[in-house]
Design a protein around this ligand. Structure first.
Ligand code: PLP
Length: 414
């Protein structure tokens, strides 16, 4: 049975070009970039080439890019680094209720270190209300951290507007762009962000490598002390193969962005329409997803990326009278990989904090799966997925006593 992989927000397959570029670094190109002989200095040069590719991809300068082990580290570096800058002072952070746990749990642990965090609420489509930002700022606020796009719903956040408000109050701004980078255009100058986190395995690169953008002139203390790597800010021998792989993935992501965006969105919209149409009592959670009757043409090409409010591959869908984890397990038996929330919290049995923040009614939130589509998926896979989801939802509803009662009362309206 061929596997249908529909969990690209959790991680993406490593692109063949990336794997090919990385392989020599485990064989002949194993030199340490800090070594002074040829095979070391050459590795250093190659790392610097990647720094330039990454910088260009977000309109930054190479010396503003710091390689890390991924999104979690980059997020922690900003939040804990700023805390270290204001040691022995009470400070405040503002973030949102829908951030990834790399932010939320970090803020929790910083509570013990005199950092008071307030969370911005979101509207029913999962978009942060920027008019709340100013109400949440206090004299102690030093940082606002707002994700670029949400990992569960794909909702793109009003980062530029939020940055503008922060600048007016002289407050630093960080964005966790782990889901957005490589999928939609990002421009740190245009948006005005001070820090941006990204992770290679979300855009066709390897796991365990990512980067942090730190705007020039912004003081962020080092988190890892040791050798002088990464301008003395992030010590440790560089993950050369990983960094090279990330560079190739980033270059390809930028080059193919528009084409991939359209292809992926077309597949997502096709599957979304099929599921909503064929399965009663279902609904999409996220921007433009509140209605069952929204219509569109699967083949249309007039997509303006800059006005879209959801990442192209995200489809967060709820089915009433079923349990999301049971549905995901049935799909898994058929070789279809989806998640029931963010990969890290899946299986915890709790309702997703993101859906809770969006005030999705619990009877729907509990029956949610997250499908995230990637560049290698096909229309045939969408057809098979729709058929299997439909069959599985019907099966699970047949076992549900509350659905039976509901059906008896309302079957004529379904
Ligand atoms: N931030 C967001 C929005 C994510 O989706 C993820 C991973 O799912 C992370 C941070 C963590 O990134 P990493 O897996 O590179 O540590």
């Amino acid at each position: 049975m061929a596997v249908i992989y529909l969990d690209h927000a959790a991680t993406t397959p490593v692109l063949p070009e990336v794997l090919e570029a990385m392989e020599p670094y485990y064989k002949e190109k194993y030199g340490n970039p800090s070594s002074s002989y040829g095979t070391g200095t050459k590795r250093k040069e190659e790392i610097e080439e990647v720094r330039k590719v990454i910088a260009d991809s977000i309109n930054a300068s190479p010396h503003e890019i710091y390689f890390t082990s991924g999104g979690t580290e980059s997020d922690n570096w900003v939040l804990k680094g700023i805390r270290n800058r204001y040691i022995n002072k009470n400070i405040g952070y503002v973030t949102s209720s829908i951030e990834h746990h790399a932010i939320l749990h970090c803020c929790d642990s910083l509570k013990q270190e005199n950092v008071l965090t307030t969370q911005l609420q979101v509207d029913e489509q999962g978009i942060v209300c920027t008019d709340q930002i100013e109400n949440n700022l206090t004299d102690d606020t030093v940082l606002v951290s707002l994700m670029y796009a949400n990992n569960e719903t794909g909702a793109i956040q009003p980062v530029k507007k939020a940055c503008y408000l922060c600048k007016e109050h002289n407050i630093l701004f960080h964005t966790d762009a782990v889901q957005a980078y490589g999928h939609i255009p990002l421009d740190v100058k245009e948006d005005g962000v001070d820090f941006l986190s990204a992770s290679a395995h979300k855009f066709g690169g390897p796991k365990g490598v990512g980067f942090l953008y730190i705007r020039e002139g912004t003081d962020l203390p080092a988190m890892i002390d040791g050798g002088g790597q990464e301008y003395g800010k992030r010590a440790g021998t560089e993950n050369v193969a990983g960094i090279v792989g990330m560079g190739v993935a980033a270059g390809l992501a930028v080059k193919r962005m528009e084409e991939d965006y359209k292809k992926i969105k077309r597949l997502r919209d096709y599957l979304e329409r099929k599921l909503l149409h064929e399965i009663p009592l279902s609904r999409i959670n996220g921007p433009f997803g509140m209605s069952r009757s929204r219509s569109f043409e699967p083949g249309r090409d007039d997509i303006d990326i800059s006005t879209e409010k959801r990442l192209p591959g995200h489809l967060n869908i709820s089915f009433q009278f079923i349990h999301g984890p049971e549905l995901a397990a049935l799909l898994d038996q058929e070789g279809i990989c989806v998640s029931t929330g963010s990969a890290c919290s899946s299986g915890s049995g709790n309702i997703s904090h993101v859906l809770e923040a969006m005030q999705v009614p619990w009877e729907l939130a509990g029956g949610t799966i997250r499908i995230t589509i990637g560049r290698e998926n096909t229309p045939e896979e969408m057809d098979r997925t729709a058929a299997v989801v439909r069959k599985s939802v019907e099966y699970l509803r047949k076992k549900s006593i509350s659905y039976e009662d509901f059906y008896l009362a309302y079957s004529d309206r379904l």
